[in-house]
Design a protein around this ligand. Sequence first.
Ligand code: ATP
Ligand code: MG
Length: 215
Amino acid sequence: MSIHFPKVGHKEPKAIGLMGGTFDPIHIGHLVTAEEARQQFNLDCVIFIPAGNPPHKNSSKLTDREHRYLMTLLAVANNPYFTLSRIELDKEEPSYTIDTVREFYQKFQGKAKIYFITGADAVLDIITWKDYRELLSMCSFIAATRPGYSLTKLKVLLGPAFSEIIPRIHLLEIPAMAISSTYLRRKVAAGKTIKYLTPASVEQYIYKNRLYHQE
Ligand code: ATP
Ligand code: MG
């Protein structure tokens, strides 16, 4: 696995953020979250990891992976701290977060701290993820709170698992981030603009390739 770290150069990174997602399409919610996480947690870089065939989503409904890869590339291109990885895209079989994180963990031999950046909604599911205990031993989580998600809610929903996983979860408040890819797809399908919801380059890419349009 080769990863280019634009800002890190030749020095060993000390802390990296991984941001997994289907990015169908990538939007400012993802980008603001990644940038906030980078600043607040002193990350050397954030690596976006578009999913190939995610185990939790019906992959037949996903936009072609190369489109999702290129939109993510366009979105991260002008941030020197952002990069992206094809680690999941280049696999035919579904990727589990544990497998992806393990590869990064082995690459950095435990020398760089790994943060997995995710929406707080996903944190609720962690205990259902494959080998989540091993996962929590290799990385901690930065959980972006979307409106309506709080630590109290997390506590109620997680029950006994709360005390086990909470030391590995850092909550990150992202103001007014109710934006989702679903919202963007619906807007495009309805013939409405998605200006400012995603970088202009991604917006143009969507129109050029007629993604999400209702035939
Ligand atoms: P969809 O509507 O298709 O589910 P999505 O907007 O949730 O798309 P994903 O690619 O599924 O985007 O999400 C990737 C990661 O980004 C997940 O961890 C998700 O929780 C997080 N995320 C998505 N939208 C936001 C947002 N607005 N603010 C913070 N995190 C977000
Ligand atoms: Mg989602």
